[in-house]
Design a protein around this ligand. Structure first.
Ligand code: GLC
Length: 409
């Protein structure tokens, strides 16, 4: 099968080895480090053809945790201190001064990314029942989730807040324009400047989130919380396998708590919206994130049907030649050419939407997302994102997320 071979070749080409660990870079030229949720995607992709590499990817991504707050998994591990003169987006963020000063740490960032790690580990375990692997990583996962629970929530609620848009994995999504005090039309540089400003502000709070998110930037984002709730259930499964009854109950209850808080605090009609804590209001910008509740099973079947009909299949919103645009076409922020998360199609969202559609038995639609995703790769290669109308490849080359189509099955 050609796609399998091409994916294997790409991931192996992007894999690196350092200090006895093996990791995979999302794209050699633009993203030459290890990213948290990317590595979870990589593990899922590897699990289709090389279980040992899948485990190695998880082992390396849990090899670094933060001192402040203790135990959080960082979103980037800088295995190599590459020299970068700047110029590109990440180039600026990779600059030594930014890494050392703004992150206030060595070798990692000080923020996190959406949790997909327990799910990825569970998927691996399903294939070989290797309890030793689970035992190895479980303490780190428990700690990471306890930081999210203790540091990222307010007043006994379970919703997790992010302290920088980059923690969503969708750096410049218009969902964060309100929190960043940006208008719908602004340049990539203006956006990055604001995100770097957040890094500096967060550094002032020593990355202890409760203060940062009540003073500078705090958003309860929908995909982050859906993934958090889902991952807690997989963590509960892992706890069960390891005979940790207390963990099992704690994580299961917490997952329910997150879901309940999402329903009571983020839901409005059929849609779930991010909540901006600083501005004390929901963010009603339409992005692909409105489909994440399908993945999390948060809608009843009638609500899911309406969501799909009125939004996913709506030609003025999310129905494009190549679905699913990251931002709805109706939004002032929509920029399919070089908007990054403001229009182009990304493969991880397509994978989440595919899984969500299957969960609600929209088989034909799921198959269509899969076919269109495959045709994007076949015609434009493994790119970071794609134009939702023309299918032209955009952003980084040799980008790994396209491999997720192997998991659309
Ligand atoms: C971009 C994406 C983010 C990803 C990173 C590495 O910053 O927005 O989600 O983790 O690239 O691929």
């Amino acid at each position: 099968m050609q796609l399998l071979d091409a994916t294997r070749e790409l991931l192996i080409k992007n894999s690196r080895q350092k200090d006895g660990f093996y990791y995979t870079v999302p794209s050699p030229e633009l993203y030459p480090f290890q990213w948290l949720w990317d590595s979870c995607f990589h593990a899922i992709i590897y699990s289709h053809f090389d279980l040992e590499r899948a485990k190695r990817e998880i082992r390396s991504v849990v090899s670094h945790t933060l001192e402040n707050p203790t135990g959080l998994l960082p979103h980037i591990i800088y295995w190599e201190q590459l020299k970068n003169e700047g110029g590109t987006d990440w180039g600026r963020e990779m600059r030594g001064d930014v890494i050392n000063t703004a992150w206030q740490t060595h070798g990692t960032s000080s923020i996190t990314q959406p949790p997909v790690i327990a799910y990825a580990a569970w998927r691996i375990y399903q294939l070989d029942q290797d309890k030793t692997f689970l035992e190895e990583i479980y303490p780190t996962l428990k700690l990471h989730f306890s930081v999210l629970d203790e540091e990222r929530t307010f007043n006994g609620d379970a919703l997790a807040y992010i302290i920088n848009p980059d923690e969503s994995g969708e750096d410049n999504s218009p969902r964060f324009d309100l929190g960043q005090d940006l208008s719908p039309k602004h340049t990539a540089d203006e956006n990055l400047d604001k995100r770097i400003l957040r890094m500096n502000q967060n550094a002032k709070c020593d990355f202890m989130a409760k203060k940062c998110m009540s003073e500078y930037f705090g958003v309860a984002d929908v995909p982050f919380n859906v993934l958090y709730a889902e991952d807690l259930t997989y963590l509960a499964h892992i706890a069960t396998e390891l005979d940790d009854t207390h963990g099992q109950e704690t994580f299961r209850n917490r997952s329910e708590h997150v879901k309940n808080d999402m329903r009571s605090q983020l839901k409005d009609g059929n849609l779930f919206y991010a909540f901006d804590y600083i501005h004390k209001q929901p963010v009603k910008t339409l992005t692909w994130a409105i489909f994440m509740p399908l993945y999390g099973g948060l809608l009843d079947p009638a609500e899911a049907e309406t969501l799909v009909r009125e939004y996913l299949l709506n030609e003025e919103l999310f129905k494009t030649n190549y679905p699913v645009p990251s931002t709805a076409q109706s939004e002032a922020a929509y920029d399919p050419d070089d908007g990054f998360w403001r229009g182009p199609v990304w493969m991880a969202p397509n994978w989440f939407i595919y899984q969500g559609l299957k969960k609600y038995d929209f088989k034909d639609l799921a198959a269509e997302i899969k076919d269109k995703s495959i045709s994007l790769i076949e015609t434009s290669g493994f790119r970071e994102h794609y134009h939702p109308e023309t299918g032209v490849g955009l952003g980084a080359h040799d980008f790994t997320w396209g491999g997720l189509v192997l998991d659309m099955n």
